[in-house]
Design a protein around this ligand. Sequence first.
Ligand SMILES: Nc1nc2c(ncn2[C@@H]2O[C@H](COP(=O)(O)OP(=O)(O)OP(=O)(O)O)[C@@H](O)[C@H]2O)c(=O)[nH]1
Length: 372
Amino acid sequence: MHEPDAQTRELMLENETLRSRMTYLLEQAERNHSIMCRHQAFDLKIVGATSFQELVTTIFETLPVISDLDTVTLSLVDPEADIYTVMHKLGVDYEVLPNLLFCEHAGELGFRQDEGRRPKPLLGPYAPSRHGGMFPHPPPGLQSVAMVPLLRNTRLIGSLNLGSADPNRFTAALGTDFVEHMGSIVAICLENVISNEMLKFIGLTDSLTGVYNRRYIDRRLVEEIARARRQGYRISCMYIDIDHFKRVNDTVGHQGGDEVLREVAQRIKAELRISDALGRFGGEEFVVLLIDADLESASMVAQRIRASVALTPVGLATGEHVPVTVSIGVATLADFERDHAIEGVAQDLVAQADGALYQAKASGRNRVVSVA
Ligand SMILES: Nc1nc2c(ncn2[C@@H]2O[C@H](COP(=O)(O)OP(=O)(O)OP(=O)(O)O)[C@@H](O)[C@H]2O)c(=O)[nH]1
């Protein structure tokens, strides 16, 4: 065998270089394919989220893993705190979502909002003084960040905030197509899920007083009884009815009657714990579920409500003042038998409180009757 000549050696070297370049490109293509697959899976997962909690939890838990990020936070524009309040009422637990942030004005997000131009993502080194609001719990060693505007049409609804310990991960020179695409999918999913949750909430509340409606209380009672059976705590129920409400309407008109209903709902609410649930059962009747309350403590709360309603007449927009009293029936859950159908147990509890209310009315009104 003889030595290859110089030209062959050069060709072999070139071949070698091309081979290793090709291997590198193949690896790169495989890596990109795998990133793309993971992001497609993420997109499918967030598109399929059926609740606000599920959506934001997926964003916080899955995105850092598939995108190799050290932190992800989400800021939502919520001028009247409607989203915050409704999600809370629907059971969202903010304690487990420390990276979910709310702001009053879109301007607080820091994007340039020139007339007619879509705000662009902001990429660059992490600066605590500038980005502290977006990253209230920054991981140690956070180096570079990307704030991605979440837009619905031209409206800025929030910002998806990505953070990395790699200083070169997000630099001003980097292209933003990828994060913008991610931002647009997150924005659509957020808007859908928030609208659905808001509709769900409206379907569960009473439009006149803003408290829950009967549908909600019926559903919640079944859930609470199941939980109370498992965890062994007490649930009590109050049936509240405004005394001689027909007379109120006859004296101050239907409009005035509505104002009285709203004020009574507020006075009841003011005496309750955040975990209790107040619903209007139609007309001038309200039902309260008291969680982790036995008959004695529920009766005490009922007395407070009775006293607070009777204490000061309700002031109306017309300047009139209407003295109002309520009668209240109180009952507590005694049936912890697991083989009894929950729906029947729930109906019995409300019926017992209603029976006690009947006694309160019959014995003179403006009073509380409790049944053991
Ligand atoms: N303003 C107003 N009135 C309502 C509403 N729903 C029901 N009512 C009125 O509530 C009154 C209920 O009257 P009744 O059920 O006879 O009872 P009451 O006058 O409160 O007497 P007692 O319950 O026996 O103390 C009726 O006059 C209804 O028209 C409402 O949404 N707004």
